[in-house]
Ligand binder design. Structure first.
Ligand code: NAI
Length: 721
């Protein structure tokens, strides 16, 4: 059955309605490819009766892009087939583009990836201005490049520099107005009727006999590399890209750059072949599989509620009490108010509470200056935040989110103070980053309604929230917490209680490993470089400085006491001695103290690594292969994640992958911390063998856990059932 409906009116205008039967969205699946060929052939055969063409969709979105289920399954053996299939789409779109009739894309909703590539093959693009309209080529974020003519056409439409920077390398998604400003579309429409009226008007104004557009030659704005002005700038592109990637192993940006530059020096058809070749290399490689798995399938599983208890009716939060208007409380208040929820923001004094609200004012002032909000929306949002120091003002709140200092006794006290004031069935959440939830719940009366809601800093930007189930937390509370996180448009992962939960615990392994290497006498600059080249967004020693050296030390000591009190044994980490020396001997406690692994200027900006590190720690004879340095950090996190699964802290692979990517900066090319193990050379057995090598060389902490060995032996990977 065709996925493209052909509707022709008496004046000869053909409307091609993209409408995949039985699917909620149109994708570039086999059925679509077959329909596209059929439509291209029919247009050619019946060209005499066609006056113009409008392409639009019967779905909510215009077109959702490539069929990722198909793409993730492409094997190296299937490379030729993938190449041929891509060339066929290009040929069909090119056929419609060069038919000699005016072709208009009437984008009734999101046109991303393949959707925007269809639009690019049209001579005129109009988008309906709705909140759901997103336009762009985000393939790079899945480790791919746009291979439906997307590289070839954007380079010719915008010029190579703008095509790379505005569209291809970041995968930026624009709303309708922004897309128009960026030159991606020509016009916007306020209503679906206006969209079609404008599309038709374009056809009326541009009869086939007077085509003003040059699709055969496709001039390149800004010049081609053959022109001296452009050639002079060309070497800067790879150098800038290299700097941007910091040596991290992302093949897609490199291939996009190559396809754009090489394609700009040849004719249109050859450029399309080059584009297809670079795409095929990416789609058969491991990185795109990792990224598609994580940023599409795992993310969808997590957001759609795979970890939410089933059968519990959604309940919308109406009024949230945020306790503590510091850095986190202020950000949480803003995020809730942005989602339309009333917030009462409480601190110890009216001044402290007002300061917390001022944080929202600051963010909104910036958004207003950048045209991202309006004065009316700003005022409405601010009106939803009520700062106070009076506990009585929390009456009627149906959710409490506590974000006072990280101190168990204080947290107990504030919950006691407000529990009888808020709604009798209020959901009680703590934003602790390390304290066990079950322990905090001991102070409250309704412990089944008590739950951990761990936000990340800065709250307004960070997309993840880690929900922590205490021993007595009920399913109803978990479902409500999940719904709240979705309501404020963040991604919730669900974990069971333990010290540091999943994220804080696992990122701790990364930091400890980096610090341990300094203790072994390795050059601190190489340690930082190893983290960057492994793809970590933050350097490891600078991250430790941000956290402060004293906080992890305090947590470590508390944990040690708790473990020993419970009769367990405590193995020190080689990083402990380094941190102790840094704090006790040199008084360097991190960025907030003005000195840590780095020196800081008066205004808190990082100047350079502390020269004393070389003097007191670095040894000229210390040598660890660079690959080992990188893998020690990656493996430390991956192995501890497997232990989290073994211990039941984690119950879902998707939660682990997404939590590691969105919460703690595990490198994106891996597809997440467990997908890193799946995709490792030699699969799980290869990973186990390498872990054993690292254990022999650097310590037992790298010994593979039983669950990993067992899965490797059975030939399994880490996947949710
Ligand atoms: P902060 O020091 O910026 O803010 C704490 C606020 O709580 C202060 O404004 C203080 O006046 C207020 N406060 C103290 N006692 C209070 C009381 N009895 N009633 C109401 N307010 C009171 O601390 P921050 O960084 O915002 O952290 C808050 C919590 O969030 C801590 O538990 C922390 O571990 C956790 N957290 C922090 C993250 C971070 O990156 N800073 C990340 C995730 C969680």
């Amino acid at each position: 059955m065709s996925t493209i409906r052909w509707e022709q009116d008496e004046t000869g205008v053909v409307t091609l309605v993209l409408d995949d039967p039985g699917q909620s969205a149109n994708t570039m699946n086999d059925a679509f490819k077959t329909s596209l060929t059929a439509v291209a052939d029919r247009l050619e055969a019946e060209a005499d009766t066609v006056r113009g063409i409008i392409v639009t969709s019967a779905k909510k979105t215009f077109f959702a892009g490539g069929d990722l289920r198909e793409l993730i399954a492409v094997t190296p053996e299937g490379a030729q087939q993938a190449f041929d299939a891509g060339m066929r789409i290009k040929r069909d779109l090119r056929g419609i583009e060069t038919l000699g009739k005016p072709v208009v894309a009437a984008l009734n909703g999101a046109a991303l990836g393949g959707g925007y590539e269809i639009a690019l093959a049209c001579h005129h693009r109009i988008a309906l201005d709705t909140p759901g309209t997103k336009i762009g080529l985000p393939e790079v974020t899945l480790g791919l490049l746009p291979a439906g003519g997307g590289v070839t056409r954007t380079v010719r439409l915008l010029g190579i520099a703008d095509a790379l920077l505005k569209v291809l390398l970041q995968g930026t998604q624009y709303n309708a107005e922004q897309a128009k400003d960026a030159g991606l579309i020509h016009d916007v429409a306020a209503t679906p009727e206006e969209l079609l009226t404008k599309a038709r008007a374009f056809i009326d104004e541009h009869p086939a006999s007077q085509q003003p557009w040059d699709v055969k030659g496709y001039r390149i704005p800004g010049g081609t590399p053959a022109q001296p002005k452009f050639a002079a700038n060309l070497p800067a592109f790879p150098a800038n890209l290299k700097k941007q990637l910091n040596g991290a192993p992302y093949p897609a940006p490199r291939n996009i750059l190559a396809a754009a530059v090489e394609g700009s020096q040849v004719d249109f058809e050859t450029a399309q072949t080059i584009e297809a070749r670079y795409f095929t290399e990416l789609v058969t490689g491991q990185t795109s599989k990792n990224m598609i798995q994580a940023f599409f399938f795992d993310l969808q599983a997590v957001n759609s509620g795979a970890s939410r208890p089933k059968g519990i009716e959604p309940r919308t939060a109406r009024k949230v009490a945020v306790l503590g208007a510091g850095m986190m409380g202020a950000g949480i208040a803003y995020s809730c108010a942005r989602a339309g929820i009333e917030v009462v923001l409480k601190d110890v004094s009216p001044e402290a509470a007002a300061k917390g609200k001022a944080y929202s004012e600051g963010l909104l002032a910036k958004a207003l200056a950048r045209g991202r909000t309006t004065e009316r929306k700003r005022d409405e949002l601010l009106a939803r935040i009520t700062p106070t120091a009076d506990p009585q003002d929390l009456a009627g709140c149906d959710v409490v989110i506590e974000a006072v200092f990280e101190d168990a006794a204080l947290k107990h006290k504030v919950f006691q103070e407000i529990e009888h004031i808020v709604a009798p069935d209020a959901l009680l959440c703590s934003n602790t980053s390390t304290l066990p939830i079950s322990q905090l719940a001991e102070g409250v009366q309704r412990d089944t309604d008590f739950i951990g809601l761990h936000f990340f800093s800065p709250v307004d930007k960070m997309p993840l929230v880690e929900i922590i189930k205490g021993e007595r937390t009920g399913d109803e509370a978990l479902a409500r917490a999940f719904d709240l996180v979705r309501k404020i448009r963040k991604t919730p992962i669900v974990v069971n209680d333990s010290r540091g939960f999943f994220t804080s615990r696992v990122i701790g392994q990364f930091i400890n490993e980096g610090v341990a290497m300094v203790g072994e006498g390795l050059d601190p600059a190489s340690v930082e470089q190893a983290a960057a080249q492994a793809g970590y967004p933050a350097k490891v020693l600078s991250l430790m400085d941000e956290l402060t050296l004293t906080l992890p030390r305090k947590i470590r000591r508390e944990t040690q006491r708790a473990v020993e009190a419970a009769g367990g044994s405590w193995a020190p980490h080689p990083s402990d001695a380094v941190v102790d020396r840094m704090v006790d001997e040199f008084g360097r406690t991190g960025r907030s103290g003005g000195a840590g692994f780095y020196d800081y200027a008066e205004d808190g900006t990082r100047s350079s690594l502390w020269p004393g590190l070389r003097e007191h720690f670095t040894r000229p004879d210390a040598a660890v292969p660079f690959r080992d340095m990188q893998e020690r950090m990656l493996f430390a996190e991956a192995l501890d994640t497997v232990r989290c699964l073994e211990e039941g802290v984690l119950t879902s692979v998707a939660d682990a992958n997404i939590g590691s990517l969105l919460g703690i900066g595990f490198p994106g090319w891996t597809g997440g911390v467990l997908q890193y193990i799946n995709g490792y050379e030699g699969g799980l057995p290869g990973f186990v063998a390498r872990a054993r090598e690292l254990a022999a060389a650097y310590g037992e902490r790298f010994a593979p856990p039983a669950l990993l060995i067992e899965k490797a032996a059975k030939g399994e990977t880490f996947r949710d059932a």
